[in-house]
Write a protein that binds this ligand. Structure first.
Ligand code: SF4
Length: 455
């Protein structure tokens, strides 16, 4: 069995499963957020009754992160709906925007978009917050009401996005009926060259198979090249499995996985016991691709979908209006570090927005010094508009006052994960997906630029 089949067999209480089989699996964690949470709660109450209790209040994780720093009253209200439900159910893990468990959230636009407006519980973008807060464990099943839940496959778990109806059912029962996906095998060999990042790996792979090339399939990434990838790198790759239509993305377990998970579960006092899975010697794949990491180049996915891959150097000269670094794909500390390496001591030529994924990343950037400046100060000095309000921001457009949103038809190079028309705001805008290093180099020139020119 493949990694995915091994986890699903265990979660179904069976010795074996095979692709195509329908099985009931037990959920280890259900995550929801401010966009889908209220709908999920509505389904749960409708189907299980107004006084029903969730199946396990210690396994539900609620993370407001999407439409937070906006004056839009419906968006603010969604966070309040989540808080009421958490109080009613006694849910253990709720990463509220405000301090007061009986208060209400209201964004204050008069304080501007840059200075932080959250309390000490707030955790930022759910897919980055889940591992940081100790909710990702090898061998487990994680369901989330968000398509990029697949990010947690970096930790050797089965993690997938589900809709509100399924999530309402999981809230009530802790179970879900799943068809076991077929597995596609991506064997990573060698090491990345300077200026080439994990984002380039996944853009290359999606370019090979197309934006629907992995529809309802597991994408298994393994091979000797994995050892050279950090957990942040693995998260970037697993995050974008859904951009090829994948049911999930998954990595093997190794010492790096253990180090990260053990540290985070201890730090946060979450469940520390876990049981990783190893693939069998005999595995059945429906597709196989060997990727020589050493031969990859800085890559861009052009408008209008993540499969439109081209080498950055072929696109050089394509004029841009905006650059954006942030999201669960490209808003991690390591992403900002690579970005800062390129822009340090230089000035961006176009509007450039920086949105860290979590408050912890804001803290990292504001406390890590390179010489006499913090990374945050280096980015600001280069002209990057950095907000402390960690969250999804303009990655998915959002209300019109969202930081970095494209309200007019602009061309933007972005470290995010999705570029279908309208994704970051205006439906006639164009988004080019690239690594933080390529976004940084392009921000400096105002045109798509291979970052190796600056390294
Ligand atoms: S940062 Fe973007 S991709 Fe990630 S959860 Fe938020 S909206 Fe979705």
């Amino acid at each position: 069995m493949t990694l995915t089949e091994k986890i699903l067999a265990r979660a179904a209480g069976k010795a074996r499963v095979q692709a195509g089989e329908n099985v009931w699996v037990n959920a280890d964690v259900l995550m929801t957020h401010d966009v889908c949470g209220p709908g999920t709660i509505g389904v749960f109450k409708r189907e299980f009754g107004a006084n029903a209790k969730v199946w396990d209040r210690t396994r539900v994780v609620i993370i407001p992160d999407h439409y937070i720093f906006t004056a839009d009253s419906n968006s603010n209200r969604n966070v309040n709906v989540l808080r009421d439900f958490v109080r009613e159910q006694g849910i253990e893990y709720f990463y509220d925007v405000i301090e007061d468990p009986n208060g209400t959230w209201k964004f204050d636009p008069t304080r501007g978009q840059l200075a932080r407006q959250y309390g000490s519980h707030y955790a930022g973008v759910c897919h980055s917050a889940l591992p940081q807060k100790g909710h990702t464990r090898p061998g487990e099943v994680l369901f989330g009401t968000d398509s990029h839940t697949c990010t947690a496959g970096a930790f050797n778990e089965f993690a997938t996005g589900i809709g509100n109806t399924d999530a309402g059912f999981v809230l009530g029962t802790g179970k879900l009926l799943l068809k076991v996906p077929e597995t596609m095998h991506f064997r990573l060999e060698g090491r990345l060259q300077p200026g080439v990042m994990a984002k380039d790996i996944i853009l290359h792979i999606i370019g090979e198979i197309g934006f629907d090339g992995a529809t309802y399939r597991a994408m298994q990434f393994d091979g000797s090249g994995v050892a050279g990838l950090s957990m942040d790198d693995r998260m970037t790759i697993a995050n974008m499995a859904i951009e090829a239509g994948g049911k999930n993305g998954i990595f093997p377990f190794d010492a790096r996985t253990a180090e990260y998970v053990d540290h985070r579960t201890r730090l946060n006092g979450t469940r520390q016991h876990y049981a990783p899975v190893e693939a069998d010697a005999e595995q059945r794949f429906v597709y196989e691709l060997v990727v020589d990491l050493g031969r990859l180049e800085p890559t861009v996915a052009c408008h209008p979908d993540p499969g439109q891959r081209k080498p950055a150097k072929e696109l050089e000269g394509l004029k841009l209006d905006r650059a954006y670094i942030g999201s669960c794909t490209g808003g991690k500390t390591s992403d900002f570090v690579e970005f800062a390496r390129v822009v340090r001591g230089r000035q961006v030529a176009i509007d450039t927005f920086g949105v860290p994924a979590t408050p912890e990343i804001v803290h990292d950037l504001q406390t890590t010094r390179w010489g006499n400046q913090t990374i945050w100060e280096i980015l600001r000095a280069s002209g990057v508009q950095m907000t402390e309000n960690a969250g999804c921001a303009a990655c998915l457009g959002g209300p019109v006052d969202t930081f970095g949103r494209m309200n007019t038809p602009l061309k933007c190079i972005s470290a995010t994960n999705r570029n279908f028309p309208g994704r970051m705001g205006h439906k006639e805008s164009q988004v080019f997906l690239a690594s933080p290093a390529t976004v940084a180099a392009s921000a400096l020139t105002g045109k798509i630029t291979d970052p190796r020119a600056f390294l």
